[in-house]
Write a protein that binds this ligand. Structure first.
Ligand code: G1P
Ligand code: ZN
Length: 572
């Protein structure tokens, strides 16, 4: 399937307006053509269209966006679409609307996860396995849910990955021009049990959301070895699903298939508001898990995933593995895992991710790509077979098995590694650093800033970029400063303005960028890192080691003067 660069709004209708079709139950199906007007701000961000639930619940808001997706599917007739979400508030209602719109727009078949549930990586897996034309995933990822929380819609293309910018821009143009959407008049389709239903001429297949994904995991990892690890009596794990979508996946795979004792998975029932929590697996929002791993009777291994199941956090007993280090460890040990035993073609990381994986790539003689923030930039590299593993500092890790980052996959990768090595996580990490050196790393987020001063701060910094080289901050001198731009090596597309990079004479680095996923004000992200080759200095607190760099970041960007903030809201 190809995607028109200029996705004009629907010109080819599959049925005459207002037509009646008869579904297999003999019910007549009426299609309504509803007159509408464009909404501002329906441009998809880093990861789909993400807004407050109250915004999505305005009449026509969801419908306008969904209608704007159909024209980018060139061969709608006969097409299969995958549909599911993370189960957050409004998921169930939105799914029924999308089903009726898909039927009215000539989609032949929709596979929906039971109960409207599909994790983001599982949706990617199902799109690929069933050769679907694409998928619609309802999620605002790790953002809070509930009536006051966030909702989101992501569109994935036939390779299973997030739509590239050419497609999201085409969708956005459609949202600017929309005058009408098409929706079938039909009662809700029952989604509680696997089965097949007719919605007019469209078939709705309700599928087990876990089955295809679990089968893929079983092909990649040594389930027998992991089973033996859980049975050894010398290994305990705690997986915190944060009341989000990975609960059913983790129960089925970790407890039922791999023999982890019941209770290994906590908060495993998806709730519409994630139990009032913030389903983001990091040191702040997964505090309960972190505390459990730092107690005297801590389990050996801890992990968590986010709202839609694509993020992961890895912990050992009294040990936190940064996502950047996790990517490097997986790359260094991939040959021990059945699905990757032939070695890696290459690796990729987003620009703000630490350079730990670069060191592994250099040692193994494989390519390492540096991409802008956001998983969509890995798609071409994976499709072209240039990379096997990729990851981001924001708790995202994945491989060419799907086209999304994959939380439970990363956890299973670690479990397989621990089953082979039979050593504690902290020892494994220390050994990794001894071989490759340690990249001390932290990210400081300043959330919910007033947008104007936040943008002004970065614009001003941007203007001063040319004057920074040679300037001294504390004990370091700036050796290089730029605004990151990326030319995709596969299709030649160029993405500019991807974050300000400042490098120092000792190779330490600061990156500044504004978040593209927030729904409240602006969020400034400051990424800080410093390399330490000497194993004698590998056991220190990153905030202490990076204190000089943190101070330099404040001074360079004049964070306090612009935002009034004296400290970040979230440190990871
Ligand atoms: C954040 C992360 C980014 C990730 C995205 C979607 O985007 O920083 O790495 O791909 O969420 O999970 P940001 O808010 O920084 O634009
Ligand atoms: Zn997510």
């Amino acid at each position: 399937m190809t995607f028109p660069a200029s996705g004009r709004l629907l010109v080819k209708l599959n049925r005459p307006a207002g037509a009646q079709t008869i579904d297999t139950n003999g019910h007549a199906m009426k299609i309504d053509n509803v007159t509408t007007t464009p909404f501002d701000g329906q441009r998809p961000g880093t990861s789909g269209l993400r807004k407050k639930v109250s915004v999505f619940r305005q009449p026509h808001y969801l419908e306008n966006f969904i209608q704007s997706i159909f024209p980018v599917l060139e061969d709608r007739e006969g097409a299969t679409l995958i549909l599911g979400g993370d189960g957050r508030y409004h998921n169930a209602d939105a799914i029924q609307v999308i089903l009726r719109m898909a039927a009215a727009n000539g989609i032949a078949r929709v596979l929906v996860g039971r109960g409207g549930i599909l994790s983001t990586p599982a949706a990617s897996c199902v799109i690929r396995k069933h050769r679907a034309a694409g998928g619609i995933i309802l999620s605002a990822s790790h953002n809070p849910g509930g009536p006051q929380g966030d909702f989101g819609v992501k569109f994935n293309i036939a390779n299973g990955g997030p739509a590239p910018e050419s497609v999201t821009e085409a969708i956005y143009r459609n949202t600017r021009e929309i005058r009408e959407y098409r929706i079938a008049v039909h009662p809700p389709v029952p989604l509680e049990r696997p089965g097949t239903h007719a919605l007019g001429t469209m078939t709705v297949e309700v599928i087990d959301p876990v089955a295809d994904y679990a089968e893929l995991m079983e092909r990649l990892f040594d389930f027998d070895a992991i089973h033996a690890l859980f049975n050894s009596g010398a290994f305990r794990m705690r997986f915190d699903a944060l009341h989000a979508v990975t609960g059913p996946y983790a129960h089925a795979i970790l407890e039922q298939r791999l023999g982890a004792p019941p209770g290994t998975v906590v908060h495993g029932t998806p709730l519409e508001d994630f139990g009032g929590g913030h389903p983001d697996p990091n040191l702040v929002y997964a505090r309960e898990l972190v505390d459990a791993l730092f107690r005297a009777d801590a389990p050996d291994f801890g992990a968590a995933s986010d709202g839609d199941g694509d993020r992961n956090m890895i912990l050992g007993r009294r040990c936190f593995v940064t996502p950047s280090d996790s990517l490097a460890v997986l790359a260094a040990n991939a040959h021990l895992i059945p699905g990757y035993r032939l070695g890696l073609r290459g690796v990729a990381r987003s620009m703000p991710t630490s350079r730990a994986v670069d060191r592994v790539a250099a040692a193994h003689g494989i390519d390492c790509y540096e991409t802008p923030t956001g998983w969509k930039f890995f798609g071409n590299l994976l499709d072209a077979g240039r990379v096997t593993l990729c990851g981001e500092e924001s708790f995202g890790t994945g491989s060419d098995h799907v086209r999304e980052k994959d939380g439970l996959w990363a956890v299973l990768f670690w479990l397989n590694l621990l089953a082979v090595k039979r050593e504690p996580v902290n020892k494994l990490l220390r050994n990794h650093w001894r071989t490759f050196g340690r990249d001390y790393y932290t990210r400081h987020d300043y959330e919910a800033l007033a947008p104007e001063p936040a943008h002004a701060m970065l614009e001003e910094l941007h203007k001063r970029l040319g004057t920074l080289t040679g300037r001294r901050y504390g004990e370091r001198t700036v050796s290089f400063a730029d605004d990151f731009a990326y030319t995709d090596p596969v299709d030649g597309s160029v993405s500019t303005g991807q974050g300000i990079r400042i490098r120092f004479d000792d190779d330490a680095r600061i990156v500044f960028r504004l978040s593209g996923t927030g729904t409240e004000g602006a969020t400034l992200r400051v990424y800080l890192e410093r390399f330490e080759p000497d194993p004698a200095h590998h056991g220190q607190d990153p905030q202490r080691v990076l204190a000089g760099l943190i101070a330099a970041a404040g001074e360079i960007a004049q964070i306090q003067a612009h935002t009034g903030r004296t400290a970040p809201t979230v440190i990871t």
